[in-house]
Design a protein around this ligand. Structure first.
Ligand SMILES: [Zn+2]
Length: 265
């Protein structure tokens, strides 16, 4: 189906108070959904970034130690989040390049989901082994998607998982929407033109990743995703597969519905 004929799903942020973005590396949220995060923050939604790995492989300079790079990347990610109007970045500190969906990590992510109680989670695509025709998708990106999926379902919303959390006050939580960042066959696109400059600024906060000369390439990359309008301006999109989940009914709602059925008969 041609892009212009595609029926896009409408975006629904009604009643959304909190969004948690779960990604593999510092800079992943800015590149994949920084515009959407900015728009959400402007709409009064609390957006939190969770970065699963410490990013300690993301530089080729032999002068820089792993420890220095980890600190540098945290600083860059905090600056980028601040640029987008976000207040909170959670660093999970897993080793870059070897991210695995372990039981231990799932428990840590569930604890945060149950504590922040986001209506929306944005994550990477666990099924994407390739990206376009020129890239093998980074295994951490796939595994970050898997970590997010496995924390959301069934663990976060099931009190039988990690029962000790109940005593600590971390009650089960079901998210209402999942945004999976993807380029192939997305069902939702968000117009981020109004905050495109903010997004680019946030991406360029990651100085350890994008040297001055690479910033030009980055601009061209963004242009590729933009669409030229008749008046010469461009519209920039971020693409997602959005899933929506039914809210679990309360005992009272179930009782009321069963009562109604009884009177119908
Ligand atoms: Zn990455």
């Amino acid at each position: 189906m041609a892009e212009q004929e595609k029926e896009w799903q409408s975006v629904d942020w009604e009643g959304v108070k909190t969004c948690l973005v779960i990604m593999a590396h510092p800079d992943d949220p800015d590149i994949s959904c920084g515009g959407t995060a900015t728009l959400m923050a402007q709409a009064g939604i609390d957006v939190h970034y969770m970065i699963l790995t410490n990013g300690d492989k993301g530089n080729h300079n032999p002068e820089i130690t792993h420890e220095e790079l980890v600190l540098m990347r945290q600083k860059e990610q905090r600056a980028a989040a601040e640029t987008c109007g976000l207040k909170n970045v959670i660093f999970m500190g897993e080793e870059d390049g070897f991210l695995q969906p372990t039981r231990e990590l799932r428990e840590r992510v569930v604890r945060i989901i149950r504590s922040l109680r986001p209506e929306i989670v944005i994550c990477q695509d666990p099924t994407a082994y390739t990206s376009g025709t020129g890239y093998i998708n980074h295994p951490d990106h796939r595994n970050a998607g898997l970590v997010a999926f496995e924390a959301i379902f069934p663990a976060s919303d099931n009190r039988m998982f990690f029962p000790e959390m109940l005593d600590e006050g971390f009650l089960p939580h079901k998210i209402s929407q999942l945004y999976i960042t993807r380029f192939s066959d997305p069902n939702t696109r968000i117009d981020v033109s109004a905050v495109a400059e903010t997004k680019i600024k946030a991406v360029f906060c990651h100085k350890s990743q994008f040297a001055e000369r690479e910033q030009q390439a980055m601009r061209r990359w963004m242009d590729r995703w933009g669409e030229e309008n008749e008046d010469g301006t461009r519209t920039y999109w971020e693409h997602f597969q959005v899933m929506r989940f039914e809210r679990r009914r309360t005992d009272r709602e179930v009782e009321e519905e069963e009562g109604e059925q009884d009177t119908d008969e």
